[in-house]
Write a protein that binds this ligand. Sequence first.
Ligand SMILES: [Zn+2]
Ligand SMILES: [Zn+2]
Length: 165
Amino acid sequence: MVIDVRPILHTPGKVLEFRFELDLSGLEFDGRFPIRRPVAVAGEVRNTADLLTLSLTAETTLDAVCDRCGKEFSQDKEVACRCMLAEELQNEESDDIVLLEDGKLDAGELARTAFILGMDSKTLCSEDCKGLCPRCGADLNLGPCSCKKEPDPRLAALARLLENK
Ligand SMILES: [Zn+2]
Ligand SMILES: [Zn+2]
């Protein structure tokens, strides 16, 4: 999605709105393709005193898998991104400045990058997911399994020390 900002390039107070969908279904994360649904992008470019600011949000519902218990679940995901636009770099380079090419910018690429950076490295179905029992594989969210509790190795070592006294 290439956006032509020339109509507002030199007109302070003007705003250019945009809205498009992004297909990120081919992106692989840990061997999975969680962004199966389209990503809705909405944003604007605003000219404030001849400074161009772009802000956008990209949102979708991910087909996520919990890292702890392996359950599949839907996860709403919204990523926001904000940057300055410039025709040429004035001062030293800045990560917050995106250069225009012939008065245009690729908002699709920008949204894509923001969304990828916004993906969580860890996914949990809930903050307090109890995960699976390492011995029998039972989902501990459904209740305790029938395995005997392993003694904590640190406590066991302490117990041996106390015995030898
Ligand atoms: Zn879980
Ligand atoms: Zn168990």
